[in-house]
Design a protein around this ligand. Structure first.
Ligand code: NAG
Ligand code: NAG
Ligand code: NAG
Length: 374
């Protein structure tokens, strides 16, 4: 790293004041009683900190460089992630990581009542995705959320607990990691994904994801979920990690983008049929592919200058190594779409959340999140 890294750090200091005053915005009364969050690293606020041996953690600099006190909380971001923005828009405090609450934490039931975040970096729809390095989606549902659900039922009685959950918002952001591992060259993934998954056609692979997801969402429905905000897959092929596979052109990886599009179509269709089956189930589906693609296709019009390179990393496009203590950090983190190899900057997360909250089709449908709260 040359002097360019140093000047970058100094320039960044000036932005901090701006963010701090923004964060001081008072929390209004909540639009809903609670927010329950499940999924992957887009939504993780520190659950993986409790997996000491997992490489899929972010609780070290330079993550959190724009977070209050430059704290590396475990969020895969320079600052806040989309859940923080969503909670803010709902008038709630961003729910704490489930794994930071122990059986003896005082007030744990009141925490359960205002929301808990179960998301874990690396998690996928399939248990095989990053197996052993994260809390899988099934684990989040069947162990962690089930424990919270049982606690609420014990405290309030089942009818009251169900009434509380029915008014709350559930957010699920899952699927991107399954796509990444399917799309990476087999030599990297062969240990992580069973060989039979690699030989499925793209469409069969996505159908397998959708079958699993349907079971998982149905289970959450049985356990009280009535209002779901589902975050569909981003254009996975355009992540700095995947662009590196095209070393010469750094074009988006078409195979991974194709999987994202197929996945979002399958998920939208399964949510439609789920709400037809259960008239008391409502949802808002965010098409992360279409929403992020508008920024990637028209950066200037959307306030971005850099759509390819990560902000934190090393090497070509800062995409050859993960963001860490020795990484370079870009001087202007509000003009980059991506923070690291895989994750958006705080600015991008905030912009996308605004679209989800108050936008319209084709980005968010059949209703936006603010309508889901009605
Ligand atoms: C993205 O967020 C930044 C910071 O809040 C804002 O200045 C910018 O206008 C937003 N861009 C879009 C496209 O929403
Ligand atoms: C950073 O980028 C944003 C968006 O392109 C721009 O508005 C702002 O002036 C830049 N800030 C600095 C310090 O260069
Ligand atoms: C979504 O949310 C906004 C603000 O709450 C609302 O005014 C708007 O009508 C909604 N968009 C659509 C397409 O319904």
């Amino acid at each position: 790293m040359g002097p360019s890294c140093k000047s970058a750090t100094i320039a960044a200091g000036g932005l901090l004041l701006l963010w701090v005053s923004f964060l001081a915005e008072p929390v209004r009364g909540g639009l809903v009683p609670a927010l329950y969050v499940l999924g992957d690293s887009q939504a993780d606020v520190g659950n993986n900190n409790h997996l000491a041996l997992s490489p899929l953690r972010a609780n070290f600099p330079r993550n959190g460089i724009d977070y209050p006190e430059q704290q590396a909380t475990g969020r895969f971001s320079n600052g806040r992630n989309f859940v923080d923005f969503l909670a803010g828009k709902l008038g709630l405090t961003s729910p704490p990581p489930y794994h930071s609450i122990s059986n003896t934490t005082p007030g744990r039931y009141s925490t359960f009542l205002t929301g808990v975040n179960f998301a874990s970096g690396g998690a996928g729809v399939l248990g095989l995705t990053n197996k052993g390095q994260c809390f899988s989606f099934d684990h989040q549902i069947e162990r962690d959320y089930l424990n919270v659900y049982s606690g609420l039922v014990q405290q309030l009685g089942k009818p009251q607990a169900m009434a509380h959950l029915a008014k709350s918002i559930f957010t699920v952001a899952i699927g991107g990691n399954d796509i990444i591992f399917r799309a990476l060259p087999p030599t990297v993934t062969v240990e992580l994904l069973a060989v039979e998954l690699q030989v499925l056609s793209p469409q069969r692979f996505i159908e397998l994801l959708a079958q699993n997801l349907e079971r998982q969402l149905q289970r959450l429905y049985e356990l009280g979920m009535r209002r779901l905000f589902f975050v569909g897959a981003a254009p996975i092929g355009c992540l700095p990690l995947m662009r590196e596979l095209n070393l010469l052109t750094q074009e988006c990886h078409p195979g991974a983008n194709d999987l994202s599009v197929r996945y979002n179509a399958e998920v939208a269709s399964l949510l439609r049929s789920m709400s037809a089956r259960h008239p008391d189930f409502r949802y808002s589906f965010f098409d992360g592919y279409t929403a992020l693609m508008q920024y990637i296709d028209k950066p200037q019009a959307n306030g971005y200058a850099e759509v390819k390179a990560a902000c934190c990393g090393l090497g070509d496009n800062k995409a050859m190594y993960r963001c860490g203590r020795v990484s370079c950090v870009c001087p202007n983190r509000t003009d980059h779409i991506f923070w690291d190899l895989v994750h958006p900057t705080e600015t991008t997360s905030g912009n996308l959340t605004s679209v989800a909250f108050a936008g319209s089709a084709p980005f968010v449908s059949p209703v936006n999140v603010s309508q889901l709260c009605d």
